[in-house]
Write a protein that binds this ligand. Sequence first.
Ligand code: PRX
Length: 652
Amino acid sequence: MSNELEALLKEKRVFNPSTEIIEGSNIKKWMDKHNLKDYDELQEKSLENPQWFWNEIAGELEWFQLYKKVLKWDPPNVEWFLDGKTNIVHNALDRHIEGPHKDKIAFIWEGENGEVKKLSYNDLYMEVNRFANALKSLGVEKGDRVSIYLPMILELPIAMLACAKIGAIHSVVFSGFSAKAFADRINDAGSKIAITADGFNRRGKVIHLKNKVNEILKDTPSITNLLIVQHAGVEAVMKDGRDVWWHEIRDGMDSECETVSMDSEDPLFILYTSGTTGKPKGVVHVHGGYMVGVYATLKFVFDMKEEDIWWCAADIGWITGHSYIVYAPLIFGVTSIMYEGAPEYPNPGRLWRMLEDYKATIFYTAPTTIRMFMKYGEKWPQKYDLTSLRLLGSVGEPINPEAWVWYHKHIGGDKCPIMDTWWQTETGMHIITPLPISDLKPGSVFKPFPSIKVDVVDDDGESIIGGGGHLVIKSPWPAMFRNLYNNPDRYMETYWSTFPNIYLSGDVARQDENGYFWIQGREDDVMSVAGHRISSAEVESALVSHHDVAEAAVVGKADPIKGEVIYAFVILKQGIKRNSDLKNILKNHVRNEIGPIASPADIILVSDLPKTSSGKIMRRVIKAKVKGEPVGDISTLANPEAVDELDKDLVI
Ligand code: PRX
């Protein structure tokens, strides 16, 4: 058993939120209004009647035409808010312009170099309209796909909202991915327009984007135009007839633009995530259910109030940023902080200084970030006044109790409950999560959000209490993804075929005797590096695309800060000279193919890899070796001698 797992199993402490937090919480007020005495009663009632619960929430939002039915569930097919007409942008922007939020700050943006921009709801509304009109002038219509490769600058949410406003489907690709990864995702989506920036700032250096995109656009036949945001002020090589500067086209654009009426089930975006094969999966979300789901979770989990200053310190390129930087906070009409750069730049006080300066009340980040700041020490947060904070959040990977307690004490001043939210790109919204009224156990993600039935089951699909098993979801939720883009077979096979009519999450978890869930990690060949999902197969295929590599096997190795780091075992082609330079060349090759986050921490050059008789590499055996655990049964291996070869790095 790993030390981490042992620590989780031993964790017995319980942290109770203060009476003030409980009594002031949105969830408590909502339960009082509905005469529900406690959370158990709410769960019971909402499980019996999810339509009741979600209808109440959806009624707080605006619909062009009210839905006729809340839910149609014919697993795995689902429809929410049937025949409803709306547009998420109407709720996130348009309606605010008519009311008290018009001049309220939507985003406080800080660049890595310290530059600050503030955008009111009205400013954002006008910019989105201009951008939407620009897209229309480039021929974008309802249902068209637009691929976005932008850093954490205000034009990223602007571009996303502009797409959604006119009914186009956005596909945002994390700007830390390589241009090649952008090209693959453009081609899968068949996008008409691509959007990028000249570059952005990261740890004091400018990272070029536009010039990298130039190299891939020859291989993306569906793209007719590239729209470029000028941000870093670096030279960009433009192609006549194809490339358009955003600031040039913007000037001629009207600041009003009609919001297209969308069916609840019309697609809003595609977001690619890693699966067990080398090809990323295009997760599809829709306007109606997603809008209601992200709104409800921000309201109840993060207890959003009118006066809150919210900071979700994720990148918009991931689902956390889509749901909880862009859509939910805007629907709510709160003020959010957005930051361009690296969290420890120019020093490890950066985040804490920003929390103090903007008097943030709720802060949401990943365990990797917390562990990194633990390493720098509490002297950094201690320099700043963090007393404005009321609630904290964690997402993306299991948080070890030690990091939880550090976060609670040194960032939350022992008074802020931590919402450790379990969810996925596919779920769109929090699924298993505490609420500000929950008694918290460090390391546990608490219990399912109202109306959602989650379980831990064995291989036969039987529920297990106390032991580890497959984490599954047995009931529908509004923000659930509706498909994998252009790949319904993979959708069925990956998520719905192991247990009929039950969603398989791909995680292993345990439920304790009090109903608390404890996430133990992935059960498939997907690694979690600094909270980012990276598939072993994707890194392997990047490695074997190098001309010197014959075969590769990639596994995750436990890391005290990043959760996991990538270990690659590589067999070189015959006659290739082995040296340590080659390792760096291969690491760089992966950077170029996928992006820096997928670059292996170490590459071990080996002469053989353990395989089954059908020639399939046994990653299980390699994983055990890397962990220093017994390799278990290797009788099915065609080449048992390969196991010992793993210890011999052939670099001379
Ligand atoms: O393994 C779980 C882990 O992150 C995976 C989902 O990754 P992604 O789709 O990139 O979305 C991340 C942000 C929602 C899950 O299958 N994960 C997510 N949240 C937690 C977590 N593991 C433990 N605790 C969490 N709170």
